[in-house]
Design a protein around this ligand. Sequence first.
Ligand code: UDP
Length: 327
Amino acid sequence: MKKRCLVTGGAGFIGSHLIEQLLSDSNNDVWTIDDFSTGSKDNISHLLNNPKLHFHQGSILNESLLKELIDRCEVIYHLAAAVGVKYVMDNLIESMKINIEGTENVLEMASRDKKKVLITSSSEIYGKNENYPFKEESDRILGSTTKLRWSYSSSKAIDEFLALAYHKEKGLPIVITRLFNVAGPRQTGAYGMVIPRFVNQALKGEPITVYGDGSSTRSFIHVTDVVRNLISMMESKNTIGEIFNLGNPEAVTISNLAYAVKKLTESKSDIKYIPYTQIYDDSFEDLRYRVPDISKISKAVGFKPTKSLEDILKDVIKYYKNKEKCG
Ligand code: UDP
């Protein structure tokens, strides 16, 4: 059946892969809106000639443009958001505005004709809870508001509350997914993300910068595993009004990640440990653990990660080597 989809934030790292996947089904027409704040035209330049892609440059804070696009579509994948710890710490007001006001705009406009909205939330929601793996109903444990990092977690929590409220009070079909450290080709290191940063440092022979003592762990999931499941969550009726973790439970310490990147790139780079206070100001707190429990999403849509950390690293290395070659 023909479907008209809107992807907000379609020129971003995840958005561009989602558009690609949606366009691979010839029944889909895809509209997208992106202001290039953290996304880039390069991410979708290979798709712009496709007559089934309708690209609009603009912000989700532009209500008339957003309304026009929502009116044209049947379902909405809402990915436009401030992303990356570094970006958020450097752009605090803008990040809260886009994450809270932007999401409210999407929900309000979608609710007029009850169009299904997929909200992308984050594993940051769980804060510094150390009782992992996290289940969707696990507690959120956050630091003081003077630790500005928590503004991101809180803005995503407001998005979730808003979506649940629109579902409860206005009957809007929504589904929320909490993404756990998505990685893969096209992700940039400019906003702090560790895998593209380490890969670029290793390829350039520069020191690989591990913050703190490197014992924090993260679980990385390949972007192609993510986008396939975003579509399954949109298509399934079982997901309405629900929240799902989406990640790969396999965890790695950041120190071991640095060694793996060094090995796979055959780099001579040193691994350099840098105290957090040299990177961020005193208002920063790192999260030590982040491991998803994925039993709920596995049951609902048959989710299972298909790619390992090594697959992710190899794909990212290939992407950046290619980029270097093409200048
Ligand atoms: N990190 C690091 N070196 C870098 C960038 C990040 O050691 O150059 C660490 C960061 O402190 C965190 C982990 O890598 O412990 C993941 O960071 P990222 O910003 O990718 O994701 P998040 O903190 O949001 O999980």
